[in-house]
Design a protein around this ligand. Structure first.
Ligand SMILES: *Cc1c(COP(=O)(O)O)cnc(C)c1O
Length: 355
């Protein structure tokens, strides 16, 4: 494998000296801290929010390192996975020159982030059953291709990608391959984190926003070689994860053994929802899901979407997305919410029959 990080990196990035924050220069916890222009009297809420947080979130990373079986230096934490996506663009892709490859239908933020950074996007659609077209992906690669984004389980289709297809891309592409595992906790699929040792061009993204139920706190994870992670740490804003977020994530990690139960609830609700949706005559297909949502093909999806909005039930209209024509993406809710959805959809039937 001819992956060379130096070659992939934008030239000026390797010259950058990181911002040295006050908290970098002295890492002890006790002392008289007169170095960061904080308010020594505290904050109005009586909690110690007057001090800047740990810029490298080491307490969280220690727990994550043992949970995920990686080195601390292989972990990057971002203000949501979205921050990691943006940092990857800025580290590796020269605006107006380099390109990335996306595999539609896929997560929208890759495109948004590339566009903001003026990075060209090449697209290779997935197959009709949402798998990688490996040969076409590799054929789309040119000398300016820096990153390929693979989402597995995929948003919005919900399926997992064939592992050997991902491995083939990792082996044959000399740039960075991002495997976005935002939904991995809902799948029986092992994480690609276990393959980091085999592929130096692999970066795996996960998030606290989905299974962990912490979307509001904004924290995402990236796992890769220490060399790649060092770059992300170099260019990130110094205090990108707030102290409050770090505190709540630590509390959650201390109860990591309870995640399985949270996930089990979602999975059994997913089965319930799938069964109920299948009974509706205007539902043409419920795609098999390895995530916490269902992609559902319906007769006149857009109309049903609008009808549901009118009933104050909000799902995601994917009906104009390539390969998702006439599809809505429905997150698995609580039993109560799912029943509300199904009852609303049942009320929709007579309207159709009256036409
Ligand atoms: C929800 C989601 C994320 C998570 O983004 P955060 O910024 O961490 O909330 C990442 N990737 C995909 C594919 C997602 O659907």
């Amino acid at each position: 494998m001819a992956f060379q990080l130096e070659k992939l990196l934008r030239p000026h990035i390797s010259q950058i000296k990181p911002y040295s924050s006050a908290r970098d220069e002295y890492s002890g916890k006790v002392g008289v801290f007169l170095d960061a222009n904080e308010n020594p009297y505290g904050s109005l809420t009586n909690e110690p929010f007057n001090r800047y947080p740990d810029p490298y979130q080491l307490e969280i990373k220690e727990k994550l390192a043992s949970l995920k079986e990686v080195e601390i230096g292989q972990i990057f934490l971002g203000n949501g996975s979205d921050e990691a996506i943006d940092l990857l663009m800025r580290a590796f892709c020269n605006p107006g020159k380099d390109n990335i490859i996306l595999l539609p239908p896929t997560y929208g933020m890759y495109e948004v982030s590339a566009s903001i950074n003026d990075i060209e996007i090449k697209r290779v659609n997935l197959t009709a059953d949402f798998q990688l077209k490996v040969e076409e992906i590799l054929a789309a690669v040119d000398e300016f291709t820096k990153v390929i984004f693979i989402c597995s389980p995929n948003n919005p289709s919900g399926n997992k990608m064939d592992r050997n297809a991902i491995r083939e891309v990792l082996q044959k592409f000399e740039g960075l391959v991002v495997v976005d595992e935002a939904y991995i906790d809902f799948s029986d699929e092992p994480s690609f984190i276990h393959e980091l040792g085999k592929y130096s061009n692999l970066l795996v993204m996960q998030t606290f926003s989905k299974a962990w139920g912490l979307a509001n706190l904004r924290i995402g994870m990236a796992f890769a070689s220490t060399e790649i992670i060092r770059i992300l740490n170099l260019i990130k804003p110094p205090y990108n994860i707030s102290g409050l977020t770090q505190q709540k994530v630590l509390e959650s990690l201390d109860q990591a053994d309870r995640i399985d139960d949270l996930v089990k609830n979602v999975l059994s609700e997913r089965i319930f929802l799938e069964d109920e949706l299948d009974k509706l005559h205007f539902v043409l297909h419920v795609f098999p899901s390895h995530a916490n949502f269902l992609l559902v093909k319906m007769d006149q999806a857009r109309k049903i979407y609008e009808y549901l909005i009118h009933d104050m039930i909000i799902v995601r209209d994917r009906s104009k997305v390539v390969l998702c024509e006439d599809c809505l993406r429905i997150s698995v809710g609580t039993r109560e919410e799912n029943i509300q959805l199904i009852e609303a959809l049942n009320r929709y039937e007579p309207i159709i029959q009256n036409l």
